[in-house]
Design a binder for this molecule. Structure first.
Ligand code: PCA
Length: 321
């Protein structure tokens, strides 16, 4: 009994000390030069400033604290308070998470904003079941095609080892008769250098950050989808904060969502230019390529509809209103 009382008193003491100055670890998947990471470091700084240091957030970028695929569960199990990941990687839990990575559903920033508005309430509910709460979400620039040599039709992709970052891109590659290989963004240069992959679809941000000109010649601006990252916090850890600190986190999160969107928009043109400056050929897709890609997108959307939960379908119809 005495032992229990002592242990209890100690843990209460430890908690109030921690409450006086909390420090959170924040794992993220992407490298320091990625605009998402720059934006998140600013978010962390904003929280620290607004709380006069009562809450500090240490960002662990490039999967250094947890690999990308484990970040969500690390937040869920309260190993860390918050973290970032690529939203559509949760599509295996519910297709509502993956709709932003379906080809030709949302292809512009305007579409992406509208789709996020449709996704957010549903995703908030799904994540709440896991004690998780979205803080902010930021789109990548539209996704384009990286190849050696020009691509005139979808047939030119057949047989290529194709880098994938989620289930939708795996399905896309398979439908294009390419061979999907899952590779994290930070491993792209190595995967090309060793011949593990020969082509990919990603944003100009990730293309330029991975120095795509070292391993491919062409960038085709198919602009097929505008996927998003999300930052989530553990709800129980968040609820433990005092009201002022909670407000500081939510205010900094709203600012990060707006700033991240602006950064993304600026990146799209700037990083395409970086690729051109480094000798890559930047091209618009031929009508035949677009038609072939759209046919794949239509098949994927049929498959999506056949498997989607009611909530996922509600997201799509709210978006299409
Ligand atoms: N870059 C990330 C996700 C989407 C993007 O543009 C990647 O390629 O992994």
């Amino acid at each position: 009994m005495n032992k229990f009382v002592t242990a209890f008193a100690l843990s209460v003491g430890a908690f109030s000390a921690a409450a006086a100055a909390d420090s959170w670890d924040m794992p993220t998947p992407y490298g320091d030069s990625t605009f998402h990471t720059v934006n998140i470091r600013q978010f962390a700084q904003d929280v620290e400033t607004a709380t006069n240091g009562a809450l500090s957030i240490t960002v662990h970028s490039a999967g250094s604290l947890f690999p990308h695929g484990e970040i969500k569960n690390a937040v869920r199990s309260r190993q860390v308070a918050l973290g970032e990941f690529f939203l559509s990687t949760l599509s295996n839990e519910d297709l509502a998470f993956g709709i932003d990575s379906q080809p030709f559903v949302a292809t512009s920033y305007g579409d992406a904003i509208k789709l996020w508005a449709a996704q957010k309430p549903v995703i908030t509910e799904l994540l709440a079941d896991q004690d998780l709460m979205p803080l902010f979400s930021v789109p990548w620039p539209a996704q384009g095609l990286y190849t050696n040599g020009a691509v005139e039709t979808v047939d030119d992709l057949a047989g290529l080892r194709f880098r994938a970052y989620n289930a939708a891109l795996e399905e896309f590659a398979t439908l294009a008769k390419a061979a999907p290989v899952q590779v994290e963004a930070s491993d792209i240069p190595q995967a090309f250098a060793t011949g593990q992959v020969q082509a990919m679809i990603t944003s100009p941000s990730t293309g330029a950050n991975s120095k795509a000109w070292d391993f491919v010649t062409h960038y085709t601006a198919i602009d097929a989808w505008v996927p998003k990252n999300i930052v989530v916090v553990n709800k129980r850890i968040f609820d433990r904060l005092d009201a002022n600190t909670q407000t500081a986190v939510l205010t900094a999160a709203a600012a990060a969502e707006a700033r991240g969107l602006e950064m993304s928009q600026a990146e799209a043109a700037a990083k395409t230019q970086v690729m051109a400056d480094n000798g890559m050929t930047i091209v618009q897709p031929s009508a035949e390529l677009v038609a072939g890609l759209q046919a794949i997108g239509a098949t994927m959307l049929d498959n999506w509809n056949a498997k989607a939960s009611d909530q996922a379908k509600a997201v799509l119809s709210a978006y299409q209103q």
